[in-house]
Each structure stands twice: as structure tokens, then as C-alpha cells.
Design a protein around this ligand. Structure first.
Ligand code: PLP
Length: 383
């Protein structure tokens, strides 16, 4: 496993030196390649990037220029989409508990809403375009916290409710474009998608033809995209619908690497390799037990088994467990891979730790795309 497929090691060292660590770096070529893979698999489907995965304005701009729209779940995300020049046609407003702010911002821009409960027919701005999110009631192969299509989850309406919600939208004067499904994130078994799409297709008898079928995102990084796309197109054709997709992690995860310096080591029965990044920079290992590849950027023979632990006062503050790495020296650089999605986006300021800088590797040069915060900025809103 390599943490950063195409950025030369010397350049990773140079970036850490220039911008400091912890540091997120992104490879523009890998971002473009991921989008190309999505387009090759899904053909004419409209792509709405789920910006929750990584909302950095430079990455959003790159995707917008490439013709990608945005799936947004907060007024802040809608403002980001507007800031990078996206118009209403390219914005989807999603979320199980939208506030007045989201309805107002989406309505002002003419965005499409993804309705998550029947009452929303009465809450949308007048003459809205809307999809109905359906919960297919499936147990899917991912961490419980990442599963969004299981029976009893808070997302969407039930299969039985969906035709009635489409009718309620039309009765309220909105344009009910079609159906939406998103079964979760980091899904390991691609077969889960086929099952979910097939459940929606069964609704055809009750809904008639529809304009749009939106099958969300959630694809694993090694997923068989052509296979998922075939199932999605098959379901869309049942409705005579155009296909929309909402990838987040798939588009940006591989492009991103978290660079962290070794602070030291400690042996307490387990071997700890202590780093200057941890849960405040990359929460996924702690939150979901996510496994990220780690690559040592120092020379050394042999290896020992380490837990890579961050600086927070939390026992769960681990970036990796049981990884074999050569013995490091303080200051050595470790690369944590597949970190472009839900990495910087979920970074926090717990312990008044300023959020890290982000840099883009593009055409053989580094560009700072977010500077490191200062401690003063962390407390700036306090009175
Ligand atoms: C509605 C919706 N669409 C798309 C996504 C993107 O998922 P992923 O990043 O796993 O592709 C999410 C993630 O939570 C989501 O909730």
C-alpha cells in the first residue's frame, strides 16, 4: 500500500518543510483521474459531488470547472457552492433536518431539494424541484455509523410511503422529479447497491415514469464502478429516468494524504509511535475504526509493530493500529493515505489545536490551498 501514489517523496518532504505539519496534501492528477473513472463508468449520469467529503474551495472550483454539481447539506455548504460559481441547476440540497436557512438559501438559488420526510412538501419554497429520498431497509456492509439505508435509520421515507410523498409534493405545487437513495458510505460489498436499486425499481408500478433517479454515493475505493453503474442504469431505465449520482469519498479520498511528523516512541507493553497529528486532524480511525494505509518516509531496515498515536488526551486517539514500520527518529515523516475524504473536513479544534494547512500538488508544483489556523482564530468568536 502506498500513501501517495504519484507525488514524489522528495516533494512530500519539501511540502512538510515549507508548510509545516500536520499537513494535508492533495494530488490534483489523482482527483482528475477519479472523476474520469466515474465518468467512464456512469457515462451521461449527472455528477453531484457530496462536498461534505472535502469542501476546500480550490477542490470545489476544480470540480465545478469540470462540470460537476454539488450535493449540500447545510446553508454553509450551499454558500460554498455559490461562492465557487455554481448555479441552482447544479446544487442539490439534502439532509434529514433542514432548517429555514437551508430552504431559503436553496430556494433563492433555485436548487433541487431532496425531501427526507412527508412534511417537507409544506416547507419547501414555492415551485421547488424535489426528489424523494427512499430508505430501502437494507443491512449493508459498512460500519453501523455509516449505514444510512437500514430499516429504522433516520434517513428517507419508507418504500411504502414514497408514492404518497411524490403525490404530496405535486399537490403542493412542486415538481416531483423522482426518487433518491443513498445506502451509506464506504460500502464494501458492491452487491448492496444492486439490491437497493432493485427495491426502488419495484416502486415503478406505483409511481409511473419519473424524470430522475438519484442513486447517491457511498462507493468503496476499490469498488467495481462499472458494475454499480450497470445496476444504476438498469434501475433508472425502469422509470425512463435520467441517472444522477452523488459521490463524495470516491472522488477525493485517494488524492489526499495526511503528513505527520514523529514526535517520539514509547514502549509500555505495546509500542507507540507518537505523531503530531491525531484525532483532531483525522477522526475516521477513532469514529469508524477506519483503516488508512501508513507509509514511512524515512529509511530504515526491518520493522516493529506499532500503534500510531496522536497528541490528544484520549486513549482512542490512534491513527493506525498494529502497523509494521522501521524504528523512526523524532522528526521523521509519516504519510497517512486515502485521507482526502472526511479528513480535513472533519478536523476539529479540540484542545485548541488549530486546524492544519492544506496544499495541492499540481503540474509539478505546490500551492497552498488553506493556511494553518492560529490559536487566536480558534477562540476568535468567544466573548
Ligand atoms: C445523501 C448523501 N449522498 C452522498 C454522500 C457521499 O457518500 P460517500 O462520500 O461515501 O460517497 C453522502 C455521505 O454521507 C450522503 O449522505
Amino acid at each position: 500500500m502506498t500513501a501517495s501514489p504519484s507525488i514524489p517523496r522528495t516533494e512530500l518532504h519539501a511540502a512538510a518543510e515549507r508548510f509545516g505539519t500536520p499537513l494535508y496534501v492533495y494530488d490534483a492528477a489523482e482527483l482528475d483521474a477519479a472523476l474520469a473513472r466515474v465518468r467512464a463508468a456512469f457515462g451521461q449520469a449527472r455528477v453531484f459531488y457530496a462536498m461534505k467529503a472535502n469542501p476546500n474551495l480550490t477542490l470545489l472550483t476544480r470540480l465545478r470547472v469540470a462540470g460537476v454539481g454539488f450535493e449540500c447539506v447545510s446553508a454553509g455548504e450551499i454558500a460554498r457552492a455559490e461562492h465557487v460559481g455554481a448555479g441552482g441547476e447544479s446544487i442539490l440540497v439534502n439532509g434529514p433536518a433542514k432548517s429555514g436557512e437551508e430552504y431559503a438559501a436553496g430556494g433563492r438559488l433555485g436548487a433541487t431539494f431532496v425531501v427526507d420526510r412527508e412534511e417537507e412538501a409544506g416547507l419547501l419554497p414555492p415551485d421547488s424541484r424535489a426528489l424523494v429520498r427512499v430508505n430501502p431497509a437494507l443491512n449493508v456492509s459498512t460500519h453501523d455509523h455509516l449505514a444510512t439505508g437500514a430499516a429504522g435509520s433516520k434517513f428517507g421515507v419508507t418504500i411504502e410511503q414514497a408514492p404518497g410523498v411524490l403525490r404530496a409534493l405535486r399537490d403542493a405545487g412542486h415538481t416531483a422529479l423522482g426518487l433518491h437513495v443513498h445506502i451509506g458510505s464506504a460500502i464494501r460489498d458492491a452487491g448492496d447497491f444492486g439490491l437497493a436499486f432493485a427495491r426502488l425499481a419495484e416502486l415503478r408500478a406505483h409511481t409511473g415514469e419519473l424524470e430522475v433517479l438519484d442513486v447517491g454515493g457511498g462507493w468503496g475505493l476499490d469498488a467495481d464502478l462499472p458494475g454499480i453503474a450497470r445496476e444504476a442504469h438498469a434501475a433508472a431505465s425502469v422509470f425512463g429516468a435520467s441517472l444522477w449520482v452523488e459521490p463524495g469519498r470516491y472522488l477525493v479520498a485517494r488524492a489526499g494524504t495526511l503528513l505527520t511528523r514523529v514526535v517520539g516512541t514509547k514502549r509500555t507493553g505495546r509500542n507507540f509511535l507518537l505523531t503530531d497529528a491525531g484525532m483532531t486532524e483525522l477522526l475516521r480511525p477513532m469514529l469508524y475504526g477506519a483503516v488508512h494505509p501508513v507509509t514511512p518516509l524515512w529509511d530504515g531496515a526491518g520493522g516493529e509493530t506499532w500503534d500510531v498515536a496522536g497528541p490528544a488526551c484520549e486513549s482512542g486517539d490512534l491513527l493506525a493500529r498494529d502497523v509494521v514500520l522501521p524504528v523512526p527518529s523524532p522528526g521523521d515523516l509519516l504519510a497517512v493515505g486515502d485521507a482526502g475524504a472526511y479528513g480535513a473536513a472533519m478536523s476539529g479544534t479540540y484542545l485548541t489545536r488549530p486546524r492544519p494547512a492544506e496544499a495541492l500538488w499540481e503540474d509539478g508544483a505546490w500551492r497552498l490551498i488553506r493556511r494553518r489556523e492560529t490559536a487566536q482564530e480558534v477562540w476568535a468568536a468567544e466573548v
